[in-house]
Write a protein that binds this ligand. Structure first.
Ligand code: GAR
Length: 190
């Protein structure tokens, strides 16, 4: 059984989708730790409600966005929990060394666009503002870049006339919730 660590900063709907896939027998895995950099993040509440171990990554008081000290603490917490694969699920800090070195080739991210299009924040809004007719979501292995790294899986989502950033993001999220567990399974099989 694959042991997963999940990092998120927000609502945690992708973490929930991974958990649902595990509970429904679609993914032979276990979430061993849920970490967040945001004490108010709903992902922590969802995890607690599901009886999963949680921890806070404390980045306060540092000048850097994801300080080396906090990355080392994160790596230690994930290792101590026995995580084999780390899933970024709406984690809004850029992962770099030393966390990357602690799990080489074993950190996944989900991003709400068809990468390499629209990396960075609010990708759904970028797509609507750009007048694009299609967007989607991507699961990829994390490297030191911003939303770069080898692509594992993608799903396409049409952008419909009258779509707003919010309606497009909602449609993308439906696909994300299907895609992430499938991509984890794909990685596990390798
Ligand atoms: C998701 O749409 C995810 O793709 C995006 O944040 C949202 C988190 O939702 N991630 C990024 O934009 C990363 N660059 P969730 O907290 O409900 O899973």
């Amino acid at each position: 059984m694959l042991r997963l660590g999940v990092l998120g900063s927000g609502s945690g709907s992708n973490m929930q989708a991974i958990l649902d896939a595990i509970r429904e027998g679609r993914l032979n895995a276990e979430i061993v730790l849920v970490l967040s950099d945001n004490p108010e993040a709903f992902i922590l509440q969802r995890a607690k409600d599901a009886g999963l171990p949680t921890a806070l990554i404390d980045c306060r008081g540092y000048a850097q966005k994801f300080p080396v000290e906090a990355q080392l603490e994160t790596a230690t917490a994930l290792r101590d929990a026995g995580a084999e694969l780390v899933c970024l699920a709406g984690f809004m800090r850029l992962v770099k060394q030393p966390l990357l070195d602690a799990f080489p080739g074993h950190i996944l991210n989900i991003h709400p666009s068809l990468l390499p299009a629209y990396p960075g924040l609010h990708a759904w809004e970028q797509a609507v503002d750009d007048g694009a007719t299609e967007s989607g979501c991507t699961v990829h292995l994390v490297d030191a870049g911003m939303d770069t790294g080898p692509i594992i899986s993608q799903a396409r989502v049409p952008i419909l006339p009258g779509d707003t950033a919010a309606t497009l993001h909602a449609r993308i999220q439906i696909e994300e919730h299907r895609l992430y567990p499938e991509a984890i399974l794909k990685v596990a099989k390798k």
